[in-house]
Ligand binder design. Structure first.
Ligand code: FMN
Length: 391
C-alpha cells in the first residue's frame, strides 16, 4: 500500500514528506525531482516569494546509493526565508510582542476564519501557515517519486493550461492530442500549448496584476499508457475516478474536477458522449476511436488515456482590491491585508495536478500489482500483460 503524508508550515523551517510503500530497487533521479520542484515555481503571474524559494529536496531516509530500499522515503524541502521567521514561528515560547506576527484579521477565501473557529485560536497564523499552498512543494516531490516509479512501466503524465479567466483554448468539447501536450514548450510562461491563447492569457494576467486583482483558470492533466484494470467498481472508495477527484480537489484553490469531458457529457445526448469499443487484432487489444469519457469506466481504467480537467478559483488575496472582513478579537470591520502577492497560480497548479495524478495512479497500480521489490512488481505487471494478450 502506498501512503503519503506531508508536514511543515509555510514559514517554518522546512516541509517534510513521507512516502511509504514504494518497492525496493527503484532508481531515484534527484535531478528529475528538483526539476519538478522548479516547474512548480514558474509561471507568469507568480509573486515575489518564488524568487526567494529555489526548492531542492533533501532525502533523509528510504534511499541508499541511489535506489529505494523499501523503507519509508522521507525528505525535507528547506524554506529559504526561515531566518526571518525564527521568532514568529518559534516552537518554544517567546516573549509577547509585535515581532510574533499574530494574525487577528482573517482573509476571506482562506482557511483563516473557519480554521481559527475550529482550532479555537485568536491567531489565524496557526492556521494559515499550514493551509498555504506552500505545502504543495512536498506533494510535487512525492509525485516526482511516483512518476519515476510509473515511468518504469511507460506511464507518463503531462498537463497544459486550457483557460485563465475568460481566455481559453478552443471550447469544452475539444481535445488536444496527447503528443501536443507532451510537446508543450517548458518555457511557456502560462504553460499553454496554443500560442495565440497564451498571448491573450498573458495580457489578461498583466491587466489584472496592474489593477491588483487575481485570476483563476483550468488545467487538463493526462496520463498515457495506463493499463486497463486499475481502480474498481466494487466499492465507493475504490473507484479510480473518485480517488482522482478527491485528490485533485485537495489542491488549494481547486474548486471543480472533470473526468474526461464531463461538462460536455452533461449537456449532450449519449450518442455524442460514449466511446464505442473496437478490437485491434495485431495488438490483441480493445481500443476506442474517441476518448470523451477520459479513460475510466465504472471506476476502472479502460486502457485509454486518463484525462482530467481541474478548475481553480482566483486566489483570494487581492493587492489593490482588499476584501472586507472582521477582526476576530475586536470584531471591528477592516479591509483584508495582503499576505502574499501572486496574481494567477494556474500554471503552477497544473504541475501540482500532475504530481497528484501520479500519486493516485501509483497507489492503484501498487494495489493491483503489489510487490516489495521492483522485480516483483515488474513480474506481476508482465503477467498481467500476458493475461490481457490471452483474453
Ligand atoms: C500554487 C498555489 C499558490 C497559491 N498562492 C496564493 C497566494 O499567493 N495568495 C493567495 O491568496 N492564495 C494563494 N493560493 C490559494 C490559496 O492557497 C487557497 O485559495 C486557500 O488555501 C484556500 O483554500 P481553498 O480555496 O481550497 O478553499 C495558491 C494556491 C496554489 C495552488
Amino acid at each position: 500500500m502506498l501512503r503519503f503524508l506531508t508536514a511543515g508550515e509555510s514559514h517554518g523551517k522546512c516541509l517534510i514528506g513521507i512516502l511509504e510503500g514504494l518497492p525496493a530497487g527503484l532508481p531515484v533521479d534527484f535531478e528529475f525531482i528538483n526539476q519538478q520542484l522548479r516547474r512548480r515555481q514558474l509561471g507568469h503571474g507568480r509573486g515575489g516569494r518564488m524568487k526567494i524559494e529555489q526548492d531542492r529536496i533533501e532525502v533523509t531516509s528510504g534511499v541508499r546509493f541511489g535506489y529505494t530500499i523499501g523503507s519509508p522515503v522521507s525528505f525535507t524541502i528547506e524554506n529559504k526565508d526561515w531566518d526571518h521567521w525564527r521568532i514568529p514561528m518559534s516552537s518554544v515560547a517567546v516573549p509577547e510582542g509585535p515581532s510574533l506576527r499574530h494574525v487577528t484579521r482573517p482573509r476571506p477565501g482562506h482557511a483563516d476564519l473557519p480554521g481559527a473557529l475550529k482550532y479555537q485560536t485568536h491567531d489565524a497564523r496557526d492556521v494559515l501557515e499550514r493551509a498555504s499552498a506552500r505545502e504543495t512543494a512536498a506533494r510535487v516531490a512525492a509525485g516526482a517519486f511516483c512518476r519515476l516509479f510509473l515511468s518504469r512501466f511507460d506511464i507518463r503524465i503531462a498537463s497544459h493550461v486550457i483557460a485563465i479567466g475568460s481566455e481559453r483554448v478552443g471550447d469544452d468539447s475539444q481535445w488536444l492530442p496527447a503528443e501536443k501536450i507532451f510537446a508543450l514548450n517548458p518555457e511557456s510562461p502560462v504553460r499553454c500549448a496554443d500560442p495565440a491563447a497564451e498571448q491573450r492569457m498573458i495580457s489578461l494576467i498583466d491587466e489584472h496584476r496592474k489593477s491588483g486583482d487575481s485570476l483563476g483558470g483550468s488545467v487538463e492533466v493526462i496520463a498515457v499508457s495506463v493499463p486497463p484494470g486499475l481502480g474498481s467498481h466494487i466499492q465507493w472508495d475504490r473507484r479510480l475516478d473518485g480517488l482522482i477527484a478527491q485528490a485533485m480537489m485537495s489542491i488549494q484553490s481547486a474548486k471543480g474536477v472533470e473526468i474526461g469531458n464531463a461538462l460536455h457529457a452533461a449537456r449532450n445526448p449519449g450518442s455524442m458522449v460514449h466511446d464505442e469499443i473496437f478490437y485491434d487484432e495485431s495488438r490483441r487489444r480493445f481500443f476506442r476511436k474517441t476518448n470523451r469519457i477520459g479513460g475510466i469506466e465504472g471506476g476502472i481504467s479502460n486502457g485509454e488515456e486518463i484525462r482530467v480537467r481541474v478548475h481553480f478559483k482566483p486566489i483570494p488575496t487581492l493587492l489593490r482590491k482588499p476584501l472586507r472582513s472582521v477582526d476576530i478579537t475586536t470584531k471591528e470591520p477592516f479591509e483584508a491585508v495582503v499576505e502574499r502577492s501572486d496574481t494567477c497560480v494556474v500554471p503552477a497548479a497544473g504541475v501540482i495536478a500532475e504530481a497528484v495524478l501520479a500519486i493516485v495512479i501509483a497507489t492503484v497500480f501498487l494495489e493491483k500489482f503489489g510487490g516489495d521489490s521492483m522485480q516483483e512488481t515488474e513480474a506481476a505487471y508482465s503477467n498481467w500483460k500476458t493475461l490481457l494478450d490471452r483474453f
